[in-house]
Design a protein around this ligand. Sequence first.
Ligand SMILES: [Zn+2]
Length: 448
Amino acid sequence: MKILIQSPLAVLLPDPEQECSGILIERGRIEKILDFSDDLPDDIDQIIDASDCVVTPGLINTHHHYYQTLTRALPVALNKELFPWLKSLYPVWAGLDADMITAATQMAAAELLLSGCTTSSDHHYIFPSSVTDALDVQVAALANTGIRSVLTRGSMSLGEDQGGLPPRNTVQDEDTILADSERVITTYHDAGDSAFLNIALAPCSPFSVSESLMKESAKLARRYRVRLHTHLAETHDETAFCLRVTGYRPLDYLEHVDWLANDVWLAHGIHFNDNEVTRLGAAGVGITHCPSSNMILGSGQCPTLELESAGCPVGLGVDGSASNDGSNMIQEVRQALLLQRLRYGASKMTHIDALRMATSGSAKCIGRPTLGEIRPGFEADLALFKLDEPRFSGAGDPLAALLLCGASQAEHVMVGGKWSVYDKQLTTMDIDELTVRHRACARMLTQT
Ligand SMILES: [Zn+2]
C-alpha cells in the first residue's frame, strides 16, 4: 500500500525550514518527504488531499491509567490533593473486574486516537483477586484498536498495615508481582522497531511499593531489556513520606534502588532541586510532564526546560482519567504550552516546543527511536488536523493555531501506515456501543 499525503497546509518536520509538498508512505513507513521540485510518484494506491490540514507526527502519550476512565469526576474524590484523592479512590478501584478493564482500556484508546495520539503507555497497578491477569485483559482489549501500546505492568506491595498508603485489598505480594511481571514480558513484549506492543515494569510509587520490589523489578527489567517506569517527585507529601520512611529524598531513594538510569522514565518529576535535576540529566532519565493532572490536583509545575537542558528526555502524558479527567492528547499539548508559559514566560516555550514534547520527547521516554518524527525510515504514525472549524477561522500560522485556537479532534490518524481514524471517525471501534458498555461498567464500579 502506497499512500501520498498531498500538499499539506503545514507539517511539523524536524527541520522547520524543509519544504514539503507531500509525504509518501510505503509498507507502513515514511518513504519520502517530497519537495516542490519532485514529480508525483506513480502507482499510488491512495492520495489524501491535505491542503487544509496540519500534519504532525502521531502524538505519544507516555503516562495514563486507563482504568480510571471509569471514575472521572467522582464526587468522593473531588477537590482533593494527591494523598487524600488516592485514599478516597483506592476502595472504589478495588472493585474492578475484567469487563470493566476491557471497556476502560478501549475507551481510553478511542479518546486518544480521536485526539491525534498514535502510541500510548498505560500504567495499570490494580490487580484485585478477581482480575490478577489484568495485563492479559488489556492486551486482548487493545488487539484491534489500531493504537500502538506500551503496557506497563504496575504493582503495589506496601499496604496501609505496612506503612504504605493503599489498603491491603489493593496490594499483592512481591513474589506474585515478579512472577507475573516476568510472564507478561516473555509472553507479550515485542522489541522490534515496528512493534505494536511493548511491555515495561512500573512499581507504582514510593508510598505504595517496598524497597526490595523496586530493586528486584529493576533487575528483572534489565535481564529482559525492557524499560522501567514509576511516579516520582509529584507532591510535597511524597517527599515528606520518603524522608520519614526511607530517610532519603525521592531522587536519592531512586538512586538507592538502582533506578537512576537511562532505561527509566518518571511520571511528573516536579519537586527536584537543582542538584537533582543535574543528576537526572547526567543519567538520561526520562520525565513525563502531566500538566492537566498537576493543575487539577494542585501538585506543582514540572521544570521541563531545566530538565531538558540537563539532558533528560521530556515527554507528555494525560495521566489517569480520574485526575485529568479526559484523555485528549492534543488538548494536553495546549495545556503544556499554557502551564509552561506561566512558569517561563511566553518567549521561552513555543508551540513547537510543546509539540516536540508530545512527539520526539515522548518517543525518547519510551525508548522508541523510529517514532515521534516525520522522517524517512520512521514508522508512518501521523495525525492530520483539519482547520475548518469556526475556532480556526482567520488563523495565521497553522501550526500555532493548532494549540492557540484549541484543536480537540483529528481529521485522520494513521498508525503504521493504516488509518485508525478517518473523517473524524474511528475505523476500528464502534464508539456508540463502546460508550454504552463503558457507562454501564462505570455505574457498576462506582455504585457498589
Ligand atoms: Zn499517574
